[in-house]
Design a protein around this ligand. Structure first.
Ligand code: ADP
Length: 169
């Protein structure tokens, strides 16, 4: 059984085996939660991202995939970087958003992570409507086959928290 919990706050302050980053495909850092993770986690994360980029992801990490690095100075063992889809009015990219959660949990299982913290992937710069993103996130982790024992969604503001709360309860 996997427990799903919600927290309102800053994911870089969360304690978990793995903290998921809403990265971009370059893996070289960005704004939003990505910027916050690199700032607080320190340079070791970017260093490993650069190496992964050079060794495996010359064209970037594809959308919907996930890959792990050290968590640097964060209170976690790993950061799992996943690339969310940019929201589109004309194309349904829900499967790619669901894939971010599934792939992150698959990587977490490979690592042996028991507790995983997720932000609301794609709901910032990538503009995914919060209610729909929350529905996809909750449905996907609820139905995922995983050994992860506790999944925590860390929502930055009250609007995001309420959207996830409505899906969960
Ligand atoms: P994306 O490019 O996938 O949209 P963003 O980082 O722009 O990623 O936003 C994803 C979500 O993360 C947004 O809901 C944003 O409010 C939230 N967010 C930003 N900073 C943090 C943080 N430090 N902790 C948790 N969530 C955050």
């Amino acid at each position: 059984m996997t427990t799903i919990t919600l927290v309102q706050g800053d994911i870089t302050r969360q304690t978990a085996d793995a903290i998921v980053n809403a990265a971009n495909s370059s893996l070289l850092g960005g704004g939003g939660v990505d910027g916050a993770i690199h700032r607080r986690g320190g340079p070791a994360i970017l260093e490993e991202c650069r190496k992964l980029r050079a060794s495996h992801y010359g064209k970037g990490l594809p959308t919907g995939k996930a890959v792990a690095t050290t968590a640097g100075e964060l209170d976690a063992r790993w950061v799992i970087h996943t690339v969310g889809p940019v929201f589109s009015q004309s194309e349904d990219r829900s499967d790619l958003l669901a894939s971010c959660y599934r792939e992150s949990l698959r990587v977490a299982d490979e690592l042996g992570a028991r507790t995983v913290a997720f932000p609301a992937v794609s709901t910032g710069v990538y503009r995914w409507p919060m209610d729909d993103a929350a529905r996809i996130a909750v449905e996907t982790v609820r139905t995922a086959q995983t050994s992860v024992e506790e999944i925590t969604f860390v929502l930055f503001d009250e609007q995001a928290y309420d959207a996830f709360d409505r899906q969960l309860h």
